[in-house]
Design a binder for this molecule. Structure first.
Ligand code: ADP
Length: 256
């Protein structure tokens, strides 16, 4: 009986040790998998513009009879792909640094009204020159501690998306107010909106709702991941909701 008790205790201990090690390995395995996915997706995203540029350059080399018009078209296309590569690598670097805590958030007391006027005035001006109406409504009369560089980057990401995913005649309204000791910034557009299934994934790295459409709009699928990181680093949160009757609202909530 004693020997059997020992054997059973040993088997139980083995299973227990296996279970505990599996559980404690889970976060490490998940992080490793995320890293693998990031590298795979990054390589895939970089490969496409590089093949386009390579193809265009090879054609220019092997087809010396190309007209000036054909050549300039190839240069324009290559240039737009180079710009895409540039923005992809910049976004990847930002995300890589965010993951390794290399980028510190440096908060400074900021006059939110003056700050937002400055960051968003190019968009308001651009709106008045185009068929998209951009308006700003800031009702914050106190200073708030924010990392200006990062919140600037966040507003640009949200504004660029609002413009990219809306059409002529649509409106984009940015508002800011203090609510329950929190700074609430909302970017609301009347654009194409986001489906319920896509809403679950839009903050994932490299996720794009419509891959083919987004190549035209020049998206990388990294913007909202960066936006989410910036907000989290401020201990805040970012939520997405439908605008009525159509469009999307991104709400950023930052504790004071
Ligand atoms: P991208 O570079 O493709 O814009 P993001 O991470 O910024 O990548 O956004 C992820 C996806 O979320 C976009 O591809 C788009 O499908 C969707 N999205 C983001 N903002 C909006 C918006 N204002 N209106 C509609 N769809 C949006």
């Amino acid at each position: 009986v004693l020997i059997w008790s020992f054997i059973w205790a040993f088997i139980f201990a083995l299973f227990f040790a296996y279970y505990v090690s599996r559980q404690s390995m889970k976060p490490i395995l998940r992080a490793w998998q995320q890293q693998q996915d990031f590298v795979n997706n990054a390589a895939h995203e970089l490969r496409t513009p590089m093949s386009v540029i390579q193809g265009k350059l090879e054609t220019m080399l092997t087809k010396p009879t190309a007209t000036i018009r054909e050549e300039s078209e190839a240069v324009i296309l290559s240039l737009s792909e180079v710009r895409r590569l540039n923005s992809l690598t910049n976004n990847m670097l930002t995300l890589a640094k965010s993951g390794s805590n290399m980028t510190k958030i440096e908060k400074e007391k900021t006059d939110i009204k003056a700050f937002m006027d400055k960051v968003l005035s190019p968009y308001v001006e651009m709106g008045s020159l185009s068929d998209k109406k951009v308006s700003l409504d800031v009702d914050v009369n106190q200073e708030v501690g924010i990392d200006r560089k990062r919140i600037h980057q966040l507003l640009v990401l949200l504004m660029d998306n609002a413009l990219k995913y809306s059409d002529d005649g649509d409106a984009i309204r940015v508002s800011a107010k203090i609510e329950k000791r929190r700074l609430v910034i909302a970017v609301a557009d009347t654009g194409r909106g986001i489906s319920a299934s896509a809403k679950k994934h839009i903050f994932d790295r490299f996720y794009r709702e419509d891959k083919t459409g987004n190549r035209k709009t020049g998206g990388t699928g990294l913007g909202l991941s960066i936006a989410e990181w910036i907000v989290r680093a401020h201990n805040g949160k970012i939520v997405v909701m439908d605008n009525k009757p159509k469009g999307t609202i991104f709400k950023v909530i930052l504790p004071l």
